[in-house]
Ligand binder design. Sequence first.
Ligand SMILES: Nc1ncnc2c1ncn2[C@@H]1O[C@H](COP(=O)(O)OP(=O)(O)OP(=O)(O)O)[C@@H](O)[C@H]1O
Ligand SMILES: [Mg+2]
Length: 332
Amino acid sequence: MSTPESQLDLDVVGFGNALVDVLSHQEDEFIDQIGSTKGAMNLIDAKRSAELYELIGERVTISGGSAANTVIGVNSLGGTSGYVGRVANDELGDVFTSDMSRLGIEHSTPRAPADDPTGRCIVFITPDGERTLHTFLGASNGLTSSDVDLELVARAKLLFLEGYLWDPPEAKVAMRYAASGVSEGARVALTLSDQFCVERHRTSFMALIDDHVDVLFANHHEVMSLFEVEQLDVALDRVQERVELAAITMGASGSVLITSGGRAMIPADPVARVVDKTGAGDLYASGVLYGLAQGYDLERCGQLGSLAAEEVIAHIGPRPEISLRDLAGELA
Ligand SMILES: Nc1ncnc2c1ncn2[C@@H]1O[C@H](COP(=O)(O)OP(=O)(O)OP(=O)(O)O)[C@@H](O)[C@H]1O
Ligand SMILES: [Mg+2]
């Protein structure tokens, strides 16, 4: 589709599983007892979701969803965004949609009937700040191409696809449909989201990357898993040949942005306080995408990513608590 550059009035359109997060602190033994993989995204059904919910004591409920967190970060930096993701016509769906509209995110995806409830993510935060996710996809699971607002997609400078959405089969088709609908001059970004998600879908992810992806986000585990290699250096060389830009995060070791023209190493703040890592990768992507949309250089994009990630890991929950624009000052 061809749209004049001036009509690309949204910096980012995010596309992902629309979820509400239920967060609580737990000990490592608890994660062992329930048989979950620590640090991973564990897919669960409605029954298991209800069982786990019963086990939680004190909790915090906040709208989440990986790509939704990212676009909210973009707006907090002063950018503009839209979102494609499916919630239900229920109470949690109301919470989600009113959050998006309050934060100025355009979200027009039709809602599912209430008997197909809004998805939720039960998050256990261990004392090291690591988060272990248990996701009941609910209504987000039923997203199809007919739910995708191509007019919204065509307004984006960057379409940001969430790898977690690669689990539901119909959503794969919808993501490719959206990626085919970006305007001339716009770019498609993908986050690999989770190491186990990469293991489940390595071949089809690779095909998606080759067909559509210009900008790839991944953490070090995910990028090594994608190329089935044991050394990060080897994975970085491979990814450099595959996409225009790769942004690879390495937790407390920071991140690296890679293009065919060179690499920018971005250190993480060594004194950053880690309370809850939920949203670190999501908010890192906010900073980089916002920077790319403004045409900033790699270094500045990476620094904005770090700054946004460091804000979100210093408190509970996956969304910034203060204006990232104020925090970033001249950098934004
Ligand atoms: N311990 C830390 N100290 C300082 N900064 C950190 C720390 N952990 C993460 N960060 C920042 O967050 C960015 C992304 O973190 P990370 O590599 O853990 O992403 P991720 O694995 O996708 O996280 P998640 O999926 O838990 O959101 C890092 O590049 C860094 O800027
Ligand atoms: Mg991540």
